[in-house]
Design a protein around this ligand. Structure first.
Ligand code: PLP
Length: 422
């Protein structure tokens, strides 16, 4: 189906056919949901052995009694796990509580209230702002929005953020104090940053405001569907360019073990970690070390973690294939939309024709299929071109996902044809 070259008669004919199909689907009273990127129950079961794994032995290898207070940086064995995931030295890792998003929030607060590594607190600037590659992760944007930090969008490309745009913004505006990055299997486009992008990001610290920090949210560091995709090391690049203080890296086991009951990590230079710890020590005596020990025992070797992730991939792969096959067969030879083909992560990002996304989401909702709200992948929930829709294949069973995707492609076709007829 190619809309741009269709005659009005053809469009009217399609509209009639598609509307009839849509009416039939509405009669099925579906109730399906492909909104949030949550692991399925089958994936969660992979980690059920965590429960009871300590079997009364609460002592870590270094003798720490994990049941007691203390240890702001987390257990050494948990920090080692974080170091393996992020591929950084253990001394540069703090193992925290259950959520990397919480650590990111605290890091933003640290920058805002106190400043990192002796630089000026962001609140003292006239209008502190983050660069936000779009489409991006809505919860990053919510942190900025809640704290009144401005957001400047830059486009995502198939090799990461548009670096010309990033550099230009930073050169022209000293109040840019951060950038959100999901460098591997980006949320939602699935793109992994190229070596050139990583290298150019690492150089930003040479000319940005000294308080500028890259928030390197490596949430999908080990979430490959097939062979491992290599993300160039931002740590190595910043060391090479003498900008080690310009980056804070984050990861967690949320989508590795039990989402919401995992362990989160932040990695940064000694000076940055000192700033973070100073803020955190007033807030907590220490993290849940018992859960950290459970995770260290569960993944006694890094190879065990890799094997575990392959089991996730086996469950997730057919779901990604289902989404990508449906998109390819419906739109492979059309001008109705575009998408990336992720090799890991949790999402597929679909771009409709401009001005159609909200209509697609509404049509799908009325037919019983819940999609992520149009605009959610942009700051303030506003997609200026009304194009982007994030599809999350992980949670529903395969059969339900397949039905939901059939409804999705139908709604994209119907919304596009109707728009063209207006
Ligand atoms: N970062 C990204 C890019 C995510 O997609 C998610 C969850 O969807 C998170 C962070 C949340 O991580 P956590 O559960 O560790 O807070």
């Amino acid at each position: 189906m190619r809309i741009d070259s269709a005659t009005r008669d053809q469009l009217q004919e399609w509209e009639k056919e598609l509307s009839a199909q849509y009416q039939r689907i509405c009669q099925h009273e579906l109730s399906l949901d492909i909104t949030r990127g949550k692991p399925s129950a089958e994936q969660l079961h992979l980690s059920d052995r965590l429960d009871g794994i300590l079997n009364g032995d609460f002592r870590a290898a270094d003798g720490t009694d994990t049941r007691n207070y203390g240890g702001l940086e987390g257990l050494v064995c948990a920090r080692e796990l974080g170091a393996d995931i992020l591929q950084v030295p253990t001394e540069e890792v703090l193992a925290g509580g259950n959520s990397s998003l919480t650590l990111m929030y605290h890091a933003v607060l640290t920058g805002y209230l106190f400043g990192f590594a002796g630089s000026k607190p962001w609140r003292e600037l006239q209008s502190p702002k983050f660069l936000c590659p779009v489409p991006g992760y809505d919860r990053h944007f919510s942190i900025c929005e809640q704290l009144g930090i401005g957001m400047v969008t830059v486009p995502m490309t198939d090799s990461g953020p548009d670096m010309d745009a990033v550099e230009e913004q930073i050169r022209n505006d000293r109040d840019i104090i951060g950038i959100w990055c999901v460098p591997k299997f980006s949320n939602p486009t699935g793109v992994t940053y190229s070596k050139e992008t990583v290298d150019r990001l690492a150089q930003l610290g040479q000319f940005a405001n000294p308080g500028f920090r890259i928030f390197w949210d490596n949430a999908y560091a080990i979430h490959d569907l097939e062979q491992q995709v290599n993300l160039p090391s931002i740590r190595a690049a910043t060391q090479e360019h003498d900008t080690a203080d310009s980056v804070l890296q984050f990861a967690s086991t949320s989508k590795v073990t039990h989402a919401g009951a995992g362990v989160a990590f932040v990695s940064a230079s000694t000076a940055n970690l000192a700033s973070l710890k100073k803020q955190m020590q007033a807030m907590t005596i220490g993290p849940d070390k018992v859960n950290q020990l459970r995770h260290s025992r569960f993944f006694a070797e890094f190879t065990m973690l890799r094997e575990h992730m392959q089991k996730h991939a086996q469950i997730l792969k057919p779901k990604f294939e289902c989404v990508l096959n449906q998109l390819e067969s419906a739109f492979g030879d059309s001008d109705l939309g575009g998408w990336e083909k992720p090799k890991g992560g949790y999402f597929v990002s679909f771009n409709t024709r401009p001005g159609c996304a909200a209509a697609v989401v509404k049509l799908a909702a009325d037919a019983g299929v819940k999609l992520t709200p149009a605009g959610a992948t942009f700051p303030y929930g506003k997609d200026p071109e009304d194009r982007n829709i994030r599809i999350a294949p992980s949670f529903p069973p395969l059969e339900e996902l397949d039905t939901a995707m059939s409804v999705f492609v139908l709604c994209v076709k119907l919304a596009s044809v109707r728009q063209q007829l207006e």
